[in-house]
Ligand binder design. Structure first.
Ligand SMILES: Nc1nc2c(ncn2[C@@H]2O[C@H](COP(=O)(O)OP(=O)(O)OP(=O)(O)O)[C@@H](O)[C@H]2O)c(=O)[nH]1
Length: 260
């Protein structure tokens, strides 16, 4: 008996969502890697699609808008009143990527100093880290490096995907935004994160952003499954590069039938 509700029709991804800015993207390829597509077609995604739930943590200064960001995407709501997150909270989001069910567990953590030590105990095991700052507060951008350092103490820096998200875009004028974006892109490049700018009030880029998180996390999971199952057995080399070809399988001797 399947106790899970079907995936919502607006959570179905048939194509790779594109990055916001090419200068600070995890990769800029237009489509999912052909081998990932192929593995999905041939139902060779291992635990992805069956048991796998990917953990995503959302960190950043108090009141930058972490809860609102998650609520805009998961519940399509926006609360203008600030209620501090105490410790942590989480939402589950189910997607279907290339025909494969895929779930994200979105962990909303507290930005307030006094709740931080509770929140940090939930950082472990993240596959993606979303670091949020307020586009109208440069100090919150400066603090992102410390938030990242804390989150990475509990996670493997080589396998986790990083996203730097500027919030409250509706509050900046185009000129203010352009200035802040320059600084944010620099930080994103430095920490090797993908940059996004969103507004939870208007909804601008919120859906696009989470679809990108889901797609890239899914892709990384399938790559890891392929690496685990096939590659070692046949002696192929599969690597996840940290450069532009990030997440892409390289040098494979034996290719599955439908792969180019
Ligand atoms: N104008 C505008 N206000 C926003 C936006 N996102 C959040 N806010 C407001 O900013 C305040 C803080 O938002 P939260 O989402 O609670 O912030 P948080 O980062 O979760 O805060 P902590 O739980 O303390 O870590 C609230 O009053 C929100 O209404 C946005 O996109 N635009």
């Amino acid at each position: 008996m399947n106790l899970l509700a079907p995936v919502r029709r607006d959570r179905v991804l048939a194509e790779l969502p594109q990055c916001l800015r090419k200068e600070a993207a995890l990769h800029v390829h237009k489509d999912f890697h052909p081998r990932v597509t192929c593995a999905c077609q041939e139902h060779r995604t291992g635990t992805v699609g069956r048991f796998k739930i990917s953990k995503v943590i959302v960190v950043g200064d108090l009141s930058v808008g972490k809860t609102c960001l998650i609520n805009r995407f998961c519940k399509d709501t926006f609360d203008k009143n600030y209620k501090a997150t105490i410790g942590v909270d989480f939402e589950m989001e189910r997607f279907e990527v290339l025909g494969v069910p895929f779930s994200l567990q979105l962990w909303d953590t507290a930005g307030q100093e006094r709740f931080k030590c509770i929140a940090s105990t939930y950082y472990r095991g993240a596959q993606a880290i979303i670091i949020v700052f307020n586009l109208n507060d440069v100090v919150s951008l400066e603090h992102t490096k410390q938030w990242l350092a804390d989150a990475l103490k509990e996670n493997d820096p080589s396998s986790v995907l990083l996203f730097l998200v500027g919030s409250k875009k509706d509050l900046s004028t185009p000129a203010q935004y352009a200035l802040m974006e320059k600084d944010a892109l620099k930080v994103a490049q430095e920490i090797k994160a993908e940059y996004w700018a969103v507004s939870s009030l208007t909804g601008e880029n919120v859906r696009e952003f989470f679809f990108r998180v889901a797609a890239l996390t899914f892709e990384a999971n399938v790559v890891a499954e392929l690496e685990k199952s096939g590659a070692r057995r046949i002696g192929d080399v599969i690597r996840i590069n940290s450069d532009d070809s990030n997440l892409y399988l390289t040098a494979s001797r034996k290719k599955p039938t439908c792969c180019p």
